[in-house]
Design a protein around this ligand. Structure first.
Ligand code: F6R
Length: 241
């Protein structure tokens, strides 16, 4: 695991440069994306690079980590809507190449079909990750088996409270989400995790310096051969580096 500490702006630039490297080498790369506040600067940077003619997503295939159960793709808090408005609508990505777990059809077939679609696309070249204050990646909350594939999870009260800022009230926050499993994430050839802010400091300490345990799902990144963890000073503040 490689740890890089930089400002939030510096992280967005460095991470975007990694996307450029990958796309220069493999224009039809398979990219795994994340939602939440953390990747917003990076997505803005990717849009800038696209508009400057430095990168193209024309031949790219994408797979997102997760989606709230019960939200239609058109719901303004769905992760599909988030990706469209914050990235996909601003780049030359073919809408046919976008994959996001369905929050409506969460049948066993649909969930298994997500892992199958990733495999058929040749696997994810690089998966972007944020991290929850409790160490979750995707919506794999503490206790999720490290061998899990795409599945439905019940969100913890803490995760719902943290995400309530995007909804009118806590009651409106869905109770469940469909998410890539920890094994699905680990199968990606490269992982890029970004952590910003003091609220992530404990989770980053456990991820980087703690034991590999389902109690902190992100700690599994220690076992990945090519994982980069970008932290700002606040998120890195509890590391003993
Ligand atoms: C989102 C996701 C989550 C978030 C995490 C951090 O697709 O999978 O794991 O990355 O909850 O969220 P933010 O970035 O809002 O702090």
């Amino acid at each position: 695991m490689k740890i890089i500490i930089d400002t939030p702006e510096g992280i967005a630039e460095q991470a975007a440069a990694i996307y450029k490297e990958i796309l220069d080498e493999k224009p039809n790369a398979v990219l795994g994306f994340a939602t939440g506040s953390t990747p917003l600067d990076l997505y803005a940077e990717l849009i800038n690079l696209y508009k400057a003619g430095e990168i193209s997503f024309k031949d790219v295939t994408t797979f997102n980590l997760d989606e709230y159960v019960g939200l239609e793709p058109t719901h303004d808090q769905s992760y599909r809507y988030f990706m469209d408005t914050n990235l996909f609508n601003h780049i030359d990505l073919d809408p046919e190449s976008v994959h996001i777990p369905s929050g409506i059809d969460t049948s066993a077939d649909a969930l298994a079909g997500y892992d199958q679609a990733i495999a058929e696309a040749g696997g994810v070249d690089m998966q972007l990750l944020g991290i929850g204050c409790n160490g979750h990646i995707g919506f794999n909350e503490p206790g999720t088996p490290l061998e899990s594939l795409t599945h439905v999870v019940e969100l913890t009260q803490n995760t719902r409270e943290v995400n309530a800022r995007f909804f009118d009230s806590l009651d409106d926050v869905p109770t469940h989400a469909a998410t890539m499993g920890i094994k699905t994430v680990m199968n990606a050839r490269k992982l890029l995790l970004i952590a910003l802010g003091e609220s992530k400091a404990d989770a980053i300490k456990a991820t980087v310096e703690g034991p590999v345990t389902a109690d902190c799902p992100a700690s599994v990144l220690q076992l990945h051969p090519d994982a980069i963890v970008f932290c700002d000073e606040a998120a890195a503040s509890k590391l003993s580096l």
